[in-house]
Ligand binder design. Structure first.
Ligand SMILES: Nc1ncnc2c1ncn2[C@@H]1O[C@H](COP(=O)(O)OP(=O)(O)OP(=O)(O)O)[C@@H](O)[C@H]1O
Ligand SMILES: [Mg+2]
Length: 315
């Protein structure tokens, strides 16, 4: 039987009836595999120039993951680190806007075929599909495999240069999509879990911990967002509840890195496309982000890059 006529066989080498692959289809599959392999090699090469890769995860949507990613990037830059932000949320890219960039502004291409991330004034490099879409209203209704290809392609062609930190804003959840994304990026240093102070926080952290185990990367810590609201008279209100993050932090032996209050100025800055951390450096939230960034630097830089962090030699 000639190759390309029938690719699959069932038990005992008997040909299966249904699954036929023509010679041209076989060639297309082989070419696709080759492209994926080449892109993956480019990713490994690019990622070797980045010391620490932190994936920001939450198992629920809308808890402020993108806001935490953007603010932490600004705080790490304020601490003198070279920072990049990669928006891996292909269906709902938003972190570029929280970093003051407009949808559709593009990423500059270079002569060698790579693209440059867009640089935001404090020195943060941003790459996102959101920069490539014509406008916010364009819905991306791609299926899982196409989203994964888009992420692989972006990561292969973005020339980050040398970075200390790359923050990866993951889509919500710990499903297949997030798993595939985290498998594309070699040697993730660790996960930062973003949660809110409600009962769901417990299951969020539990899922994130078991997810991190699958990727063989540690959970660096938890950031509790929307922790409390401080009224103008100074009184504090725990809108979503109180104490859940402390409880789970001690239960799982994971550090609670900080608590970010609910602040209408946060939503306002994000909606206006301004960097909250830079616009409100004296706010409680910004001071907390600076504290969180310093603690992350302490934890991660003491830990050092994971031994295989520079990946296999592929030059
Ligand atoms: N501490 C806060 N105080 C006030 N508003 C906040 C706070 N954190 C986030 N927000 C607002 O809540 C909304 C959701 O935040 P964000 O987009 O960062 O969440 P997300 O977890 O990334 O969502 P998604 O799951 O859709 O990616 C935004 O409008 C943001 O401005
Ligand atoms: Mg988001």
């Amino acid at each position: 039987m000639g190759r390309g006529k029938l690719l699959s066989t069932q038990g005992g080498g008997k040909p299966s009836k249904g699954f036929r692959v023509s010679r041209s289809e076989y060639k297309a599959i082989a070419e696709r595999m080759k492209t994926i392999q080449e892109q993956q090699m480019k990713i490994v090469r690019n990622m070797r120039r980045i010391r620490y890769k932190i994936a920001v995860i939450s198992t629920k949507g809308g808890v402020g993951k993108s806001f935490v990613t953007a603010s932490l990037a600004a705080a790490l830059a304020a601490e003198g680190r070279r920072v990049g932000v990669f928006d891996a949320d292909i269906s709902g890219p938003s972190v570029h806007k929280m970093l003051g960039l407009n949808t559709g502004m593009g990423m500059p291409s270079q002569l060698d075929g790579t693209v440059k991330p867009v640089e935001v004034p404090p020195g943060i490099k941003v790459a996102s599909i959101g920069l490539l879409l014509p406008m916010d209203e364009v819905p991306l209704i791609w299926r899982g495999a196409i989203k994964t290809s888009a992420i692989r392609e972006l990561l292969a062609y973005v020339d980050w240069g040398e970075l200390d930190y790359l923050l990866i804003d993951l889509p919500p959840g710990t499903g297949d999509e997030v798993l595939t994304i985290t498998q594309i990026i070699p040697n993730i240093t660790g996960f930062l879990v973003v949660t809110i102070p409600s009962e769901i926080a417990k299951s969020v952290v539990k899922k994130a911990v078991s997810f991190a185990k699958r990727i063989e990367a540690p959970v660096i810590g938890i950031v509790e967002n929307m922790s409390y609201f401080r009224c103008s008279d100074g009184s504090i209100h725990y809108i979503f509840g109180r104490g859940a993050a402390e409880e789970i932090a001690s239960q799982y032996g994971i550090e609670l890195l900080g608590k970010i209050p609910i602040d209408p100025a946060i939503r306002e800055a994000n909606d206006r496309g301004k960097i909250f951390f830079l616009e409100n450096p004296k706010s409680e939230a910004s001071k907390e982000f600076l504290k969180i960034a310093r603690r992350i630097i302490e934890i991660v830089e003491k830990l050092g890059p994971k031994p295989p962090a520079w990946g296999p030699q592929m030059e």
